[in-house]
Design a protein. Structure first.
Length: 146
């Protein structure tokens, strides 16, 4: 997982150059929350982020949040009833995974999934963040983003 993200970010710098955007590896900050993990408490001020959930050699979900998306960043993916699309809901709809998670997806996600957060300064723009999210979808092929 750690190598996936580091290598993907290094390659994405070339993609950013192709769209005439300056981005350096040091412009990002990567936070790894290994299982079992606690949910993040807040998106840091002045930051936008990509988040990803990883389980048993597979990316499950990768998403992005802007500076006004605190709930999406901190809690929605852990509660199947919190939003139209989230990790908990995807797990519960998946016949293979629903048996494993039982009735408490929040606890299962926190106990079994690694989480990675990639932070960029919000002055980088949501368009660049959306491009990074799309790049990671194609590169890492998360189960619930296909």
């Amino acid at each position: 997982m750690i190598c996936d993200i580091k290598e993907a970010l290094k390659d994405f710098i070339q993609v950013a150059k192709l769209v005439h955007r300056q981005l350096d590896y040091n412009d990002s900050e990567i936070e790894y929350l290994m299982a079992p993990h606690k949910r993040p408490t807040a998106l840091p001020p002045g930051k936008i982020a990509i988040y990803g959930f990883y389980y048993k050699e597979e990316w499950l979900k990768i998403g992005m949040v802007g500076p006004k998306s605190q709930a999406r960043f901190t809690s929605q993916h852990y509660n199947p009833h919190s939003s139209p699309s989230n990790l908990a809901k995807s797990l519960m709809k998946d016949p293979e995974m629903s048996l494993a998670i039982g009735n408490n997806p929040r606890e299962w996600i926190e106990t079994n999934c690694d989480r990675v957060n990639i932070f960029l300064s919000d002055d980088r723009g949501l368009d660049l963040l959306a491009l990074l999210e799309s790049f990671l979808h194609v590169r890492l092929r998360p189960r619930y983003e296909k």
